[in-house]
Design a protein around this ligand. Structure first.
Ligand code: PEP
Ligand code: MN
Length: 360
């Protein structure tokens, strides 16, 4: 798929002097709730009002959305506040109803992007539309699946496209609800620089206190917009209560964020530098996470050696590792000297950990 200026045009047409902000509740609950939040968001940086009408729930028995009636409430939002409207569609019936109710932006949720069958059904139902369609990343960290979703829509002659990064599901518990894996978003952004990229810090963090930092990270990585779940009474929301913020908190977040606009050379430089530094931060974090995991494995080996009364240092194995790493390092442009120094330091740390275990 070629990059085309058409993709960015819809965002440029908004003529915003700040990142695009999509705000609104996780779910439309009642007409009053929808209108109350919309009225609180209308004279803010928010351009687009989001509300889930059909809610994909991981386990049955939770609130599954109000259904088509909510589309009428969104029409009322648009009429009375001038906000554009957005909702999730997950099959051809949703698409038909959303188009009939003139919803401006349709997004494909993370649980749909994982399924090429569903994405294709949605793409066929939307064929040729000039509505804006945003593709959330799939729940699993698979770049090809995400890009494939975009390609299916593009092939159905849908040109106003964009991406939403909402983080990735992991078996391991992390401080995030969905691990951001920022490097994946950066990779997709490099692949399709003309596709507007929006961050959803609400589903990434799952906690309202962590939303600001995720927003700042996204802006430092040159994201084009933010989708932030907001509710007038977050704690009593019918879905995703822990991650929603009040409209006034949303306004404060936008005020406090450092937004860098690439206008002058100096600002271009600062923006680019900030972007590269943010990428370095991600890489450093990944290095530390990986080293932490490696030490845990080394400790397990220490336990095993202790149980079997085997010496901590196994020279033959270590020399094999070093030789292999020097060669693999060369492929990545790393000097032999550096790779040797690095792995000797790592090895020494492993031996220290193992000795602690064997000693007691
Ligand atoms: C949502 O935006 O409310 C939603 C269900 O998100 P996701 O598809 O990212 O889980
Ligand atoms: Mn939600």
């Amino acid at each position: 798929m070629e990059n085309t200026p058409v993709m960015r045009k819809w965002l440029n047409d908004f003529g915003l002097s700040h990142p695009l902000v999509i705000g609104g509740p996780c779910s439309a609950e009642t007409e009053e709730q929808v209108m109350k939040i919309a009225n609180e968001l209308k004279d803010t940086d928010v351009t687009v009002y989001r509300a889930g009408i059909w809610k994909p729930r991981t386990r049955p028995g939770n609130f599954e959305g109000v259904g088509a009636i909510g589309l009428k409430w969104l029409q009322r939002v648009k009429k009375e506040t001038g906000l554009l409207t957005a909702t999730e569609v997950a099959n051809k019936d949703h698409v038909k109803l959303a188009l009939e109710h003139d919803i401006d932006i349709l997004w494909i949720g993370a649980r749909s992007t994982v399924s090429p069958f569903i994405v294709q059904e949605i793409a066929d139902a939307l064929e040729g539309t000039d509505k804006i369609v945003l593709v959330k990343n799939p729940v699993n960290p698979d770049v090809a699946l995400w890009l494939g979703g975009v390609e299916r829509l593009y092939s159905a002659n849908i040109k106003n496209l964009g991406l939403i990064h909402r983080g990735f599901s992991t078996y391991e518990k992390t401080k995030y609800r969905n691990n951001p894996e920022w490097q994946i978003a950066v990779e997709v952004q490099n692949r399709f620089p003309d596709l507007p990229l929006i961050c959803d810090p609400s589903h990434i963090t799952g906690k309202r206190d962590m939303i600001f930092d995720a927003c700042q990270m996204a802006l430092d990585l040159n994201f084009d917009g933010l989708m932030i779940e907001s509710h007038w009474d977050p704690d009593n929301a019918w879905s995703d209560a822990a991650q929603q913020v009040t409209p006034s908190r949303l306004v404060q977040i936008m005020k406090d964020l450092k937004i860098r606009k690439p206008t002058t050379n100096e600002e271009n430089y600062q923006t680019e530098l900030q972007n590269l530094r943010a990428q370095i931060d991600i890489a450093d974090q990944t290095i530390l996470d990986t080293l932490g995991k490696r030490m845990k494995v080394a400790e397990a080996i220490g336990e095993l050696k202790k149980a079997n009364n085997v010496a901590v240092l196994q020279n033959k194995r270590w020399n094999e590792i070093l030789g292999k790493m020097v060669l693999e390092g060369e492929d990545r442009g790393l000097s032999e000297e550096f790779v040797l120094k690095l792995f000797k330091a790592i090895h020494q740390e492993s031996i220290n950990h193992q000795e602690q275990i064997v000693k007691y």
